[in-house]
Write a protein that binds this ligand. Structure first.
Ligand SMILES: Nc1nc2c(ncn2[C@@H]2O[C@H](COP(=O)(O)OP(=O)(O)OP(=O)(O)O)[C@@H](O)[C@H]2O)c(=O)[nH]1
Ligand SMILES: [Mg+2]
Length: 471
């Protein structure tokens, strides 16, 4: 399981100041071990891989430097070498005090190497670094001191998420959509770091200044007119020098697979076996139901580009997603159904894998179509291909019969739905075991994707044409 580099545990360092503020001579810095995190067990992975709730905190802004008016101070000179001509410390006039640095932001970014949200279950709160306090030696001031000098920036906390992550902010019972991350490298700023405080010049302490003759005359003139004058002491410098606090927000991350074709079918139909044959993926295959607990992705190794016609993007080979098996009542949460049906939302087309050696081939296909319809009727309007698998176990007559039965069900479903359910684009007889019909299946999937791309292009053109048209 890939772990995002940003999530590498940070080590907490105990403060090495005495309670009364004096610095200890010898370094007694203790490194506290990370408290034991609750580990996500392998058994629960399939329930947690696509959803996480995590609290993130951006860094506080650093406090600005406060210097007394008219004064300056000595700061270390880093060019100093023992025995050299350079002074050990240099005098810094107090006219331009250093500002505090801004706190670190929290940014989510799509990392193609990350394919789940499991790593977020181990860390409930993730915090960016606080901004450095205004200290010329640590370089936090920058532009105030010298034109063109870069301000020392606090590095953001960058969290890697998989493509297809929807980010919401939790507020009480409500959720606010912050964004959706789809393309590799895409970034989303979720919490802005607090602003650093300004470097300020503190008014000179001492006895109250006697007003000048001019001021006294002015005050007397105003009093003659009946206007009272009050001397106001400037106390704002204190607030100016403080950095603003960072934000703490609770995020809900929800991942939806981004694939071109989703594999659906009853458990044991041979979905994972077919994925292994069509791509370089190596999912677990076994002769018991629900072998697949989490979706597997694979990239088709041959054929034209996925969704060709999408000119903006460089053509990329189609991505196939093998989902866990569906059973009757999946749309209501039976088996693993509901948890994974939502992952079909971003798949352009479907591959129905049917076990042709089953005694009820037609009924198996009908059951899966029905579950899709009940979960989201729009799924039945998508282009799909049927793969009648395990043909090596059937005689030629049985194979023909199975194809006829499945086609009969597809026609019947289209009639009853009054044309809302699509007919399959192709019915291909295959065997993942012997490799029979795999080339035809590959061709049928490519043709289906080209058809989908063409339909998408046509609908976009139609949308553009109808936009400027008044009915
Ligand atoms: N004879 C034969 N057996 C097959 C064929 N394809 C798959 N199998 C077997 O069928 C069983 C189930 O295959 P899987 O690929 O795990 O099926 P699945 O649809 O992914 O199953 P779940 O992950 O449980 O939903 C395994 O024992 C495979 O060896 C085939 O074409 N012919
Ligand atoms: Mg499987």
């Amino acid at each position: 399981m890939p772990i995002a580099p940003a999530l590498a545990p940070e080590r907490a360092v105990a403060p090495f100041h005495k309670p009364h503020g004096r610095r200890l001579q010898s370094i007694t810095c203790a490194v506290l071990a990370e408290p034991a995190q609750p580990r996500v067990t392998g058994k629960e992975d399939h329930k947690l891989f696509d959803e996480a709730i995590v609290t993130v905190r951006s860094g506080n802004g650093g406090a600005g430097e406060v210097v007394t008016k008219g004064k300056g101070k000595f700061v270390p000179n880093f060019k100093y070498k023992p025995g050299g001509q350079q002074p050990k410390q240099i005098w810094l006039p107090a006219a331009q005090p250093a500002s505090g640095a801004d706190g670190g932001h929290v940014i989510l970014t799509v990392d193609p190497a990350v394919d789940n949200l499991l790593s977020f279950h181990n860390r409930k709160k993730l915090s960016a670094k606080n901004g450095a306090n205004g200290d010329p030696a640590s370089g936090s001031s920058g532009p105030h001191r010298k034109a063109g000098r870069r301000i020392a920036q606090t590095p953001p906390l960058v969290l890697s998420v998989p493509a297809g992550t929807v980010v919401r902010r939790k507020r009480g019972n409500g959720r606010q959509l912050l964004g959706e991350l789809l393309q590799p490298g895409q970034q989303l700023l979720v919490a802005t770091g607090g602003q650093g405080g300004n470097g300020v010049v503190m008014p000179k302490p001492g006895p109250a200044r006697k007003p000048s003759l001019h001021q006294r005359k002015k005050t007397a003139a105003l009093q003659d007119k009946g206007i009272e004058t009050v001397e106001v002491e400037d106390q704002d410098w204190k607030a100016d020098s403080l950095g603003s606090p960072g934000e703490e927000i609770c995020l809900q991350l929800l991942m939806r697979l981004v694939a071109d074709i989703g594999f659906v079918g009853l458990p044991n139909a041979g979905k994972s076996s077919l994925l292994a044959k069509l791509t370089r993926a190596s999912p677990e295959v076994a002769a018991y139901p629900f072998t697949t607990l989490m979706p597997n992705l694979g990239v088709m190794t041959s054929g034209p580009a996925a969704l060709a016609g999408d000119d903006q993007w460089a053509p990329s080979p189609p991505v196939l997603a093998d989902l866990p098996g569906l059973i009757d009542g999946a749309h209501m949460g039976r088996g693993l159904g509901r948890m994974f049906l939502r992952h079909l939302r971003r798949t352009a087309a479907l591959l129905h894998v049917v076990d042709a050696s089953s005694e009820s081939v037609a009924q198996d296909y009908r059951a899966v179509r029905e579950e899709l319809r009940l979960y989201n009727p729009e799924y039945c309007e998508r282009a799909h291909v049927i793969a009648l698998n395990k043909m090596d176990l059937l005689s030629p007559e049985q194979a023909q019969q199975a194809q006829a039965d499945v086609l009969g069900v597809a026609n019947a479903l289209q009639d009853t739905s009054q044309g809302k359910t699509r007919l399959p684009q192709a019915i291909v007889a295959v065997s993942a075991e012997t490799g029979l019909g795999l080339a035809e299946l590959n061709g049928a999937l490519q043709a289906m994707l080209q058809q989908v791309a063409k339909e998408k292009l046509d609908s976009e053109k139609w949308g553009q044409m109808s936009q400027g048209f008044e009915w």
